[in-house]
Design a protein around this ligand. Structure first.
Ligand code: PLP
Length: 391
């Protein structure tokens, strides 16, 4: 039952057009569609099948649970588990046909044990080995040369595991002239040489997110590294699939790709009242009317993901006009000032994220208002807000 007037609309056309645009932009590189965190808040069950039907062969999730959920909707996709697997998850990963990113010794122990229990043949379990080329978050550390050799020695002819992909993640791909990226590429090159020198032949070099893909500055170098190692390049866009480009620095250097936000977040006016000049509204009276003020109540609060930092700061769209949030965002409801929206009435559609009339509010506006990034805004939209697919 979805009768509360609050919902998210997922545009099928925009998602598919973004995917097409990114494929074109990527040239010959393979794309892994990142659908972690419920497809960045858009709804895995809506987005994953649309993307796979549009030809996406690889999906990226964060953990085994997300992988198992994706498998329900996408029977034949390859599903990469980006954040690695925890102890006890290897059996389920094999069961669901998930491909893990590995780097810790215990990842290999778990997978080897699970593969031996199932008497799987040598080389039959594909894994992607992550290298830490400078992010210092996950991946085999390249600071200590012995660490990589010790891990690589595990992939001998008898091992049930096979390095299908060599993966890395860059720390600052949206900073266009950051020497950190050049340094990462150098480390990656040296590590690939050591991997191939052992006779290991990864099929994929798996590197780069939306920023790497859209900036395009490092894709030729990555492609060359892949070719030299006898592999193909795979890029992993997430945010851009959903219609947002990262903010490149210095600004203005990258031509905007034709991306359209996929998600709109809507509610309705559920109550209206007028307060007099000097009266206050909301918790702790942080909004004080400077004039006779018409206030509208909307069915969205911080429990729906409408950040409390938007209190007295954010805006919404009503009747094609921008209306400011008045007072504190509450858990389930928010008050907006519609004094300057002629004719506002109960039932009017209110856009939190999306277009109305000639106006647009997007996840980047929310991010600016609350001092965050569009990723956090989108993934914070609460589970109780139903997601609907529209054309
Ligand atoms: C989330 C994630 C991505 C996608 O990044 P975007 O900036 O959203 O394109 C790519 N790779 C890894 C390892 C990730 O965790």
């Amino acid at each position: 039952m979805n009768t509360r007037p609050a919902w998210v609309e997922i545009s099928r056309q925009h998602l598919l057009a973004n995917h097409r645009a990114l494929r074109t932009h990527a040239g010959g590189a393979e794309l892994l569609a990142v659908v972690k965190a419920n497809a960045y808040g858009h709804g895995l069950e809506h987005c994953a099948p649309l993307l796979t039907n549009a030809g996406a062969e690889w999906l990226g999730v964060t953990c085994a649970e997300e992988g198992a959920a994706a498998r329900r909707f996408c029977r034949s996709s390859r599903i990469l588990v980006l954040s690695g697997l925890w102890k006890g998850e290897a059996e389920a990963a094999i069961e669901y046909g998930l491909t893990p990113v590995v780097w810790e010794r215990f990842h290999l122990d778990e997978f080897e044990a699970a593969a031996h229990r199932r008497r799987l043949a040598p080389g039959s379990v594909a894994v992607h080995l992550e290298l830490d080329t400078g992010m210092a978050r996950q991946g085999v550390s390249l600071n200590d040369p012995c660490a990589l050799d010790a891990i690589l020695a595990r992939f001998d002819a008898a091992s049930p595991l096979r390095i299908e992909g060599v993966m890395t993640h860059f720390s600052s791909p949206e900073m266009l002239d950051d020497p950190a990226t050049a340094e990462s590429l150098m480390r990656l090159e040296h590590a690939l040489e050591r991997i191939t020198a052992r006779g290991l032949r990864p099929r994929w070099l798996n590197a780069g997110n939306s920023a790497t893909l859209l900036a395009g500055r490092d894709t030729a170098a990555l492609d060359a590294l892949a070719t030299k190692a006898g592999a193909r390049l795979m890029l992993r866009p997430g945010l851009s699939l959903y219609g947002y480009a990262p903010r490149f620095l210095p600004a203005g250097q990258i031509e905007a790709a034709p991306l359209e936000p996929v998600l709109s977040w809507k509610t309705r006016i559920v109550s209206l009242r007028t307060i007099e000049a000097g009266q206050t509204a909301g918790y702790n009276g942080t909004f004080r009317a400077r004039r006779r003020t018409q206030l509208a109540l909307i069915a969205a609060g911080y429990a729906d993901g409408l950040n409390r930092l938007l209190s007295n700061r954010g805006e919404v769209l009503v009747r094609g006009l921008r209306a400011p949030i008045a007072g504190r965002v509450s858990m389930d409801q928010t008050i907006v000032d519609v004094t300057d929206v002629p004719g506002a009435e109960i039932g009017d559609e209110v856009v939190l994220i999306g277009r109305q009339g000639g106006q647009r509010i997007d996840a980047c506006d929310h991010a600016d208002w609350i001092g965050s990034i569009p990723y956090e805004v989108l993934t914070s939209i609460g589970a109780r807000v139903p997601r609907l697919t529209v054309e």
